[in-house]
Ligand binder design. Structure first.
Ligand code: ZN
Length: 124
């Protein structure tokens, strides 16, 4: 049996998930996974792993909206029931908070998605 017919070892998706969540390369955990705010680096600066073809698509925004929505909406309901503030105060508080939380969560969530995508591929 030749070497290329053997089943390659699976990658540890849990480890690459946590490395991606820390915005580090899913392969080595050393180099940064992003070159900008959300642009995935084509090649890891530390280990040289090719990350160029990992397309996260709409998954990171989906998970971000899901998580931020589950934080903000209960808070809005709790504050409304307890204090009944005017609508303008809701807008002044919740819109910026929603924006800031989304911007803060999107990058690590995209890193985690890229990490899981990387782990789904087989080792060469
Ligand atoms: Zn690396």
């Amino acid at each position: 049996m030749s070497a290329d017919l053997q089943t390659p070892a699976a990658r540890d998706w849990s480890k690459s998930f946590w490395r991606g969540l820390a915005c580090k390369c899913p392969a080595c955990g050393e180099g940064p996974v992003f070159t900008g705010y959300l642009r995935v680096t084509p090649k890891c600066a530390a280990c040289g792993e090719n990350l160029d073809d990992l397309r996260a698509d709409d998954a990171p925004p989906y998970f971000t909206i899901f998580i931020v929505g589950h934080i903000i909406v209960p808070l809005i309901l709790i504050v409304e029931r307890a204090y009944m503030p005017p609508i303008w105060l809701h807008m002044v508080v919740w819109l910026p908070l929603t924006t800031l939380l989304s911007l803060a969560f999107l990058r690590p969530i995209k890193g985690a998605v890229v990490g899981v995508l990387w782990a789904q591929r087989e080792k060469p």
